[in-house]
Design a protein around this ligand. Structure first.
Ligand code: SDX
Length: 403
């Protein structure tokens, strides 16, 4: 097999590159963005400031942040033509399918998105013109992610679209576009805006998860970043990945009362059910984000009132954490176990929850994409190998000869 090392069923434990962006210690339950512990960033930073950190490698000065924020917010506006694109979806289209399509649609706008042009531009690496194109693509995608998400939300309600407001934060502008119903003095609730911004921040990146790997695999062919990010969004849509926050709530609704938890646990142990929101490929003690989300939930419930599913979630959490089946398999809550309860309490529709994961994760996808675009030696297309275990050589036989 010419020295190939096979990992059955995909990248189970394979390091495919070196990165300076995010550090995870799965055994110690550590997550750091560019060396900063996630707990400190969640407490003291904002999603957009952390976006700058993830993409450019250092916390911005106030002058740097002002320019970055100005560029991102300037690019949050979407061309008017996009309205008919959004109106072309059925009223009940899943918002992640809409967002995935809309991200690829962005690529149809921009001349630099032309793959052959992309190749020329981005392949004189490091010069000012290439860096300027990379930055503008980043500003556009981060800025427009909230607008596209809000449009996906409003198209389902048959509502008009809202032009991104000025003077609000990144997350505030998103909530405004989601919920604005024409009031002249609408302002998002500051507690909910802060909570969502922290949730955005802790979802911004997570090393080489399935969707980030998809963005790099796709981007390694030098296709434009709009298409690469659309591919990442499609990967995140899956219930094993970003779709888990929606799956957790559906699971809790199906369990119903806390008294039904023991029967559900038994069904999981018989592999008849999956305990969504539990388990992780890398974290084998705890997902540090789950503690931040759990704490955030109590702050949000102060404003919105408690979700009746919280009792069921707490009963399920307690039962699973002390059950040998889960302890032996090192299964603990991941970032998705509690986050759906917050989104539900904030009034987001259930199938919109993965969109609330995708919007902030655009930052991490672009941080990895930019790191690849600027890597020494230029981009190499990702082309894994396989071990062939199929049929040996054999000769063709005609239909008549086949029995
Ligand atoms: C995210 O990669 C990332 O960083 C992702 C993410 C990010 O920020 O990008 O952190 C976000 O995707 C979090 C994960 C969200 N998904 C879910 O909550 C879905 C439920 N979780 C499982 O599907 C599972 O835990 C995975 C997919 C998350 C991880 O799967 P692995 O690493 O492939 O683990 P595995 O399937 O090999 O499980 C090991 C054992 C197996 O039992 P045995 O066959 O060895 O007896 O644990 C069992 C599994 O059956 N198991 C579960 C379980 N997760 C694993 N059993 C019941 N319920 C579960 N949730």
């Amino acid at each position: 097999e010419k020295g190939l090392r096979v990992q059955d069923k995909g990248f189970l434990n394979t390091a495919v590159l070196r990165s300076k962006i995010t550090y995870i210690d799965g055994d110690a339950g550590i997550l750091r963005y560019r060396g900063y512990p996630i707990e400190q960033l969640a407490l003291q930073s904002s999603h957009l400031e952390t976006a700058y950190l993830l993409i450019y490698g250092s916390l911005p000065t106030s002058a740097q942040y002002k320019v970055f924020q100005g560029e991102v917010m300037h690019h949050s506006v979407v061309h008017a033509d996009a309205e008919q694109f959004f109106r072309s979806f059925r009223y009940d289209a899943h918002p992640m399918a809409i967002l995935t399509s809309a991200l690829a649609y962005l690529g149809s706008y921009y001349s630099e998105a032309n793959p052959s042009l992309q190749g020329q531009n981005l392949f004189t690496k490091g010069d000012a013109a290439s860096l300027a194109i990379i930055d503008k693509q980043i500003f556009r995608l981060i800025g427009k992610a909230t607008t596209l998400a809000a449009m996906a939300y409003r198209v389902r309600q048959g509502r008009d679209f809202v032009t991104p407001p000025t003077g609000l934060s990144y997350t505030g502008s998103f909530l405004y576009q989601m919920d604005h119903l024409g009031e002249t003095d609408y302002k998002p609730n500051p507690v909910l805006e802060k909570a969502l911004d922290v949730l955005f921040l802790i979802h911004a990146d997570h090393e080489l998860n399935a969707s980030a790997t998809t963005v790099l695999q796709t981007g390694s062919s030098l296709v434009d970043p709009y298409s690469a990010v659309a591919a990442g969004c499609a990967s995140l849509y899956g219930p094993l990945h970003g779709g888990a926050n929606e799956a957790v709530i559906r699971m809790l609704i199906s369990i119903g009362r806390p008294g039904n938890v023991p029967a559900f646990i038994e069904a999981v142990k018989k592999r008849e059910k999956v305990l969504s929101g539990f388990g992780h490929r890398v974290y084998k003690t705890s997902d540090p984000r789950s503690f931040i989300v759990r704490k955030m939930a109590d702050e949000v419930f102060e404003v919105t009132g408690k979700d009746e599913l919280l009792e069921t979630a707490m009963a399920l959490h307690e039962a699973a954490m002390k059950d040998e089946y889960f302890v032996k398999r090192k299964l603990a809550p991941n970032v998705d176990f509690w986050s759906g309860l917050i989104y539900r309490a904030m009034g987001f529709p259930l199938d919109f929850f993965p969109v609330l994961f995708a919007v902030p994760r655009v930052v991490g996808w672009l941080a990895h994409w930019r790191q690849m675009m600027l890597q020494d030696g230029g981009v190499k297309i990702w082309r894994p190998r396989q071990i062939y275990v199929g049929a040996p050589k054999r000769d063709y036989v005609t239909m008549e000869q086949r029995v």
